[in-house]
Design a protein around this ligand. Structure first.
Ligand SMILES: *Cc1c(COP(=O)(O)O)cnc(C)c1O
Length: 476
């Protein structure tokens, strides 16, 4: 398997070469040259694998189609080490919960940080440790987070050999639970940096350090953001596992509803569908930040400015642009990399938008690729959380509520609808209290974490000071 860039760079790379990279050198995103095709017989065999051997074995089957530069036994061991009942709470890893006639919730949020990002990040931690060990190299991960990504990255990389994490976050702006999750980690390789500023200041620091090429090379600066292909690939597995649980035979189609921000999660669904998984619709649910809903309704992709980016009660979907969207547009345009480069390169930086409404391919987003979309706002979220609790006794988080709201609008009779649960309600307790008048349940292992000692340093948004900190930790 070789990987290409969506913007046409002629180089072809192997999996482990792109594992530790972010963007391709031409600014594009990596995708496989072709999606491996899964026959009916193989899908039938994977049903047995999942039911008899479990999620880790299924993950190995799927990943090994895309990763041919890690020996099979090693890859199998990495999957087995990652997807355990101990880490993810159940033997099924991603159990389906029945909600009502034809509607299921796929539980993806029982990992260490209670959000679906653990599904990919836990594997990434093990892949990084493996590959760095093989190369005898180190990596310093520098990130910016407003919540879920940073904690998932820290819990995945804690104690990993060869990896240090420097995670910036806006001082005092994460929820108390999120702060406690991150700052209570005492591992020597995890560094929490609370920046006097907002999230954009944190992101600017990461950009400035990454653009300092001499520093970046000397200190092996890397990232773990959602454009990383390995993260996306790991997410493909739970579409198969969800499908297998929702059906008894392969003639049955299933739709998935996905609370979306950067388009990473639902892009993994697109990859699964392109591999031949019988997915009917891919339902993209957005919150008030409706860049993606606007595109799928109108064909116009319009990046939002800071003033137009809303702070909402499903904050992990508060995006101004969807960083993985280029991958889907590449496929939609028949893999025309010159056009992708024009649209996402100069086009977006000049005008902040592009318009495919007049192009016949736009209709294929729905007809050929199964994409539909919808939007859910704060009042919808509250109503959905309330109705789900009153009718089914189930408390869902704010992001999952956005997914469910749009899922119910997009149901087709006879086609099971699987809503991806992207976080547990305890992470966003204030809105649950607003909706239900009571605190969400807290898993036992998180009892009292707010009172634990905190390991964090508060710093100004000063690039040189952050660089000095990294250099001091590296000691070279
Ligand atoms: C990251 C995140 C999302 C958005 O996922 P994308 O892959 O960026 O579309 C949705 N919900 C929660 C809880 C998240 O943490």
């Amino acid at each position: 398997m070789r990987y290409l860039s969506t913007r046409g760079n002629p180089d072809r790379k192997r999996f482990c070469e792109i594992l530790l990279e972010g963007l391709a050198p031409d600014g594009g995103l990596y995708l496989p040259e072709a999606y491996p095709q899964v026959s009916d017989a193989t899908l039938q065999q994977w049903r047995r694998v999942y039911h008899e051997q479990g999620y880790a074995a299924l993950a190995f089957e799927i990943l090994s189609l895309y990763i041919d530069d890690i020996p099979a036994d090693d890859l199998r061991a990495l999957c087995a080490k990652t997807y355990t009942a101990e880490v993810f709470g159940t033997g099924e890893i991603v159990p389906l919960r029945h909600l009502e006639d034809g509607v299921w919730i796929e539980a993806l949020s029982n990992g260490p940080t209670l959000a679906f990002k653990d599904m990919a990040m836990q594997l990434l931690g093990n892949l990084f440790e493996y590959e760095l060990g093989r190369r005898g190299e180190e990596l310093n991960i520098l990130g910016a987070t407003s919540g879920d990504t940073g904690s998932a990255a820290e819990y995945a990389m804690r104690g990993k050999k060869g990896v240090r994490v420097f995670m910036t976050s806006p001082h005092g702006r994460m929820s108390p639970f999120q702060q406690a999750q991150m700052f209570s980690l005492q591992d020597a390789n995890i560094h929490n940096i609370a920046i006097n500023g907002v999230f954009d200041d944190c992101q600017d620091i990461v950009k400035a350090v990454s653009n300092d090429l001499a520093f970046k090379r000397k200190y092996k600066i890397g990232t773990v953001n959602s454009i990383n292909w390995a993260r996306l690939l790991a997410q493909v597995v739970y579409y198969f596992a969800g499908y297998i649980q929702a059906t008894e035979q392969n003639a049955q189609k299933v739709s998935f509803a996905v609370p979306s921000g950067n388009f990473g999660n639902v892009c993994a669904g697109h990859v699964a569908r392109q591999m031949g998984l019988p997915i009917d619709k891919l339902v993209v649910a957005t919150n008030e930040n409706d860049v993606l809903d606007e595109f799928f309704r109108t064909g116009v992709y319009r990046v939002r400015g800071t003033a137009d980016t809303h702070e909402t009660s499903s904050p992990s979907m508060d995006i101004s642009k969807a960083s993985n969207f280029e991958r889907f547009v590449f496929d939609l345009l028949g893999r025309d990399s010159a056009r992708v480069k024009a649209l996402f390169g100069e086009g977006l930086s000049k005008t902040g938008q592009f318009d495919l409404s007049a192009d016949p391919v736009f209709a294929q987003a729905a007809s050929r690729y199964g994409f539909v979309s919808g939007k859910s706002v704060h009042a919808d979220r509250l109503a959905t959380i309330r109705a789900t609790f009153e009718q089914h006794g189930m408390v869902i988080d704010t992001h999952t509520a956005d997914g469910l709201k749009v899922a119910l609008e997009q149901r087709t009779p006879g086609v099971p609808m699987v809503v991806l649960e992207t976080a547990l309600p305890i992470k966003f307790a204030a809105t649950i209290v607003e909706a239900l008048g009571r605190e969400p349940e807290r898993p036992a292992k998180f009892e009292g974490i707010e009172a634990l000692p905190k390991r964090v340093q508060v710093m100004d948004a000063d690039v040189a000071a952050i660089q000095a900190l990294i250099a001091a930790e590296c000691g070279y």
